[in-house]
Unconditional design. Structure first.
Length: 178
């Protein structure tokens, strides 16, 4: 009988501990950028958020950005962004790579929420590969949600849309410099 209570206690404690274990840093942002560019990251560039961009960003994010500029890294047509969006209560830090207007990679770098950590797994993030923005600034493919992680899914999806939108402006700026 004591053994039965012990097993019940172990199962109950492991269920309670799972969300705590799920929180954390999965990869440092600098390491993500270095990995994206084969261990030799380029110097960061800055995109100034013009007033003309604010309306589109508001449509994508359902809020104003609290910054006037965003850092990004680019080389050989690949653009990397480190962005954050709140899931339920805390920010989720995400690394995103866009190439030729398509999402190449999404990786959850830091997850601070208690629920919704499943968005870090490839079964979710791989859905974004090859996705583009349509003319209404929506993703051109449906992204399947995760039961119990709705707010985290929504946050990551917004960041995917934002990175694809930012790419359009960054690529335009870089073309002007050439």
């Amino acid at each position: 009988m004591t053994r039965c209570y012990f097993m019940i206690a172990v199962v109950a404690l492991s269920a309670l501990a799972a969300p705590v274990i799920a929180k954390g840093t999965y990869q440092e942002p600098d390491a993500f950028v270095a990995e994206t560019f084969g261990g030799d990251p380029p110097e960061p560039s800055m995109l100034w958020i013009r007033k003309s961009m604010q309306r589109d960003i508001m449509d994508i994010m359902d809020r104003k950005l609290k910054t006037l500029r965003l850092r990004y890294w680019t080389r050989d047509g690949r653009y990397a962004y480190i962005l954050e969006e709140v899931g339920k209560e805390k920010p989720i830090t995400v690394g995103l790579v866009v190439r030729e207007g398509e999402m190449e990679k999404i990786q959850i770098l830091v997850f601070r929420e208690v629920r919704g950590w499943e968005v870090r797994h490839p079964f979710f993030t791989d859905q974004f590969k090859g996705v583009k923005l349509d003319h209404k600034l929506r993703l051109d493919e449906k992204i399947d949600g995760i039961s119990g992680a709705t707010l985290s899914v929504r946050a990551v999806t917004k960041l995917a849309r934002l990175s694809l939108y930012l790419f359009q402006h960054c690529a335009e700026l870089n073309a002007e410099k050439s």
